[in-house]
Write a protein that binds this ligand. Sequence first.
Ligand SMILES: Cc1cc2nc3c(=O)[nH]c(=O)nc-3n(C[C@H](O)[C@H](O)[C@H](O)COP(=O)(O)OP(=O)(O)OC[C@H]3O[C@@H](n4cnc5c(N)ncnc54)[C@H](O)[C@@H]3O)c2cc1C
Length: 341
Amino acid sequence: MTTRPIEIIGGGLAGLSLGLALRRAGVRVTILEAGVYPRHRVCGEFITGLEAKTVTRLGVAPFLADALHHREVAWFLRDGAKPVRVQRLPSPALGLSRYALDARLAAAFVAAGGDLRTHTRATDLAPNPGRILATGRRRGHSPWLGLKIHARDFALARDLELHLGDHAYVGLARVGDDTVNICGLFRRRELCAKGANLLLGYLQAAALGALATRLTAAELDPASFCAVAAISFDSRVPPADRVLVGDACAMIPPFTGNGMAMAFQSAEVALDPVLAFARGATSWTETCDTIHRALRRRFRVRLASADLLHPFLLQPPRQRWLGALTRARLLPLRPLYAALH
Ligand SMILES: Cc1cc2nc3c(=O)[nH]c(=O)nc-3n(C[C@H](O)[C@H](O)[C@H](O)COP(=O)(O)OP(=O)(O)OC[C@H]3O[C@@H](n4cnc5c(N)ncnc54)[C@H](O)[C@@H]3O)c2cc1C
C-alpha cells in the first residue's frame, strides 16, 4: 500500500522510536538529524516511569534489554557525608548509556528501511503535512546549564545518588558494569575551565565539594564529557498546528528521570494518529489536533507537579525546608512520585 511520506526532524529518542515504529508499519519515513551516532548526550541516563506497554507498542524492548535495574535512590544535601534519605522506587529505574541507546535505535531504523540523514540540520521547521518536530529541548534565555561525564570504578552509596547543591543538583547512575554517569544541572557561573575541570569547578561552586573530591579520585572518561547551555523548562504543550514529540513538546525537569520516558510515551501517543494520516484516513489538521489533546491529557499533571517541586530542589532556603521534612519522614515520597510520573 502506498502511504503518505513522513518527515521527522530530530533523531533523539522521540524521533527515532516514532520513526522506527512507523517504518515497521510500512510508512515511508525520513529522519533529519543534525548530529551523528554514536554520541554522548547530556542526560542523567536513568529512566523512571516507563511502562511495558509503551516499550511493547514501540517495539524498543531489545534496545533496553541490557539496562541496569535501579531500585534505591540516596538523597544528599549539599556537602553532607550521609544521605538525608534513601528512597525505594515503586518500580525500578533503568540505567543505560545514551551513547549506546540512540545508536542502537538509529541502526534499527536504517535496518528497517528508514532514510536517516545525519549531519543534516533542518532549517525549515514550519508546519507542513507529514512533518514532525522531534528537535529536543526548546532553546530560550535561561541561566541553566547541563554537564555530564562518565567515570570508571566509582563506588555509589545506592543504585542512584541525587545531590542537591546551591542552585544545582547532580544525579549519579550506574550505566554499565564499570561505568557511572554523573550529570548535573547548574545555574550558569563565570568559571574559567574546560571538560572535567569545568564540572569539578561547578561542583565546588555549588557547595558540592565532597562529591568533587570523590570525582577527582575517580577515573574520568574525557571523551564522554559534554555540556548544554540555555536549558529552558517550558511545560506548556504548544499549539496544535504541528506535531511535536519528546522535549520539543514539553520538557520535564531532569530530577524526575522521566524525560526519556516522556520521549517514548509521546512517540507512542503520536503513532496511531500519524499512521492513520499516512494511510490517508485523516487530514493533517485532525492528526495534529488529536495528538495535541492526547499529549496534554497524558502529561499535564506530571509537568505541573514537577514545576511546583523544582525550585525546592535548587534554592538553598527551600532545600533546607525540604531536608527537614525529609529527615522527619514527613515528605510523602510515594504520592509525589506518582504525581511526577
Ligand atoms: C541535565 C539533564 C539531565 C537529564 N537527565 C535525565 C535522566 O536522568 N533521565 C531522563 O529520562 N531524562 C533526562 N533528561 C531529559 C532527556 O535527556 C530528554 O528528555 C530526552 O533526551 C528527550 O529526547 P528527545 O528525542 O525529545 O530529544 P533529544 O534527545 O534532545 O534529541 C533531539 C535531536 O534533535 C536534533 N535536532 C535538533 N534540531 C534539529 C534540526 N533543526 N535539524 C535536525 N536535527 C535537529 C538534535 O541533534 C538531537 O539529536 C535530562 C536532561 C538534561 C538537560
